[in-house]
Design a protein around this ligand. Structure first.
Ligand code: GLP
Length: 255
């Protein structure tokens, strides 16, 4: 695993964007896994800047988002459809037909989840999966206790996650209880992982993900088993790490 610790949020966002842009320039029809949450916002902003100022081309890119709340329509301002549309999709030249998010309004969750998995396979699998991390060590909506081999399915959100998300809703009761999420196994099938984390609130989760025991109680810890995982943090989120890390990926030679 390659761990990169940057000075601050802007630098971590720029570093992560550089990695995505590099992969995209090498493979214009990249299959890109996308994440929501506040952390990747800076990364998306930088990708938009690279698109607008340097012609970074998304026209052949296929995207698959990690997760979506059950019961929120794509037009709901807290849905992940809406988040992706306003923060990324409408600012770059992605082709609509290549954009995929879990359907939180589906009437047949199991059939939808199976279709999502098949659709990812149809495109040859995800080349690069962007990830955030929850304070409790979740990735996507794979909460502690999730099977490390799980596939796309419906999950009940923990109290901790619902509390963390409550700030986005007017009433606590409005915070969704369920989500459709790629499984830990689905995420691990991506050819490369890029996990971003920011702020001291994520320091324990990052410590657990990078150096803790691999456990279903800390789903992000499974990335230690991935052959091409990159973790980019700011100083605060990386503060508890004891292992080796670098300050830039550019000088790192992978074998
Ligand atoms: C949600 C998302 C995750 C994300 C996490 C952290 O739970 N499902 O994919 O990683 O939030 O979000 P933030 O980056 O806002 O801390």
């Amino acid at each position: 695993m390659l761990v990169i610790i940057k000075e601050d949020y802007d630098k971590l966002s720029a570093e992560a964007a550089k990695i995505v842009a590099d992969r995209l320039r090498k493979k214009p029809n990249l299959v890109l896994g996308l994440a929501t949450g506040s952390t990747p916002l800076g990364l998306y902003k930088e990708l938009i800047r690279l698109h607008q100022n340097e012609g970074l081309d998304f026209s052949k890119v296929t995207t698959f988002n990690l997760d979506e709340y059950v019961g929120l329509a794509p037009t709901h301002d807290q849905s992940y459809h809406y988040f992706m549309k306003t923060n990324f999709f409408e600012h770059v030249n992605l082709a609509k037909r290549f954009v995929h998010l879990p359907d939180g309004m589906t009437k047949d969750v199991n059939a939808f989840c199976q279709w999502y998995e098949e659709r990812i396979s149809e495109f040859g699998g995800i080349d690069l999966q962007i990830l955030g991390i929850g304070q409790n060590g979740h990735i996507a909506f794979n909460e502690p206790g999730s099977s490390l081999g799980s596939r796309t399915r419906i999950k009940t959100l923990t109290k901790n996650t619902r509390q963390a998300n409550a700030r986005f809703f007017e009433q606590n009761e409005e915070v969704p209880k369920y989500a459709i999420t790629m499984g830990v196994g689905t995420i691990m099938d991506a050819k490369e992982l890029l996990l971003v984390a920011n702020g001291e609130g994520k320091a324990d989760a990052i410590k657990g993900a990078c150096e803790g025991p691999i456990s279903a109680m800390a789903p992000a810890s499974i990335i230690q088993m991935h052959r091409n995982a990159i973790v980019v943090t700011d100083k605060s989120a990386g503060a508890k790490l004891q292992g080796s890390y670098v300050d830039s990926w550019e000088n790192v030679v992978f074998d």
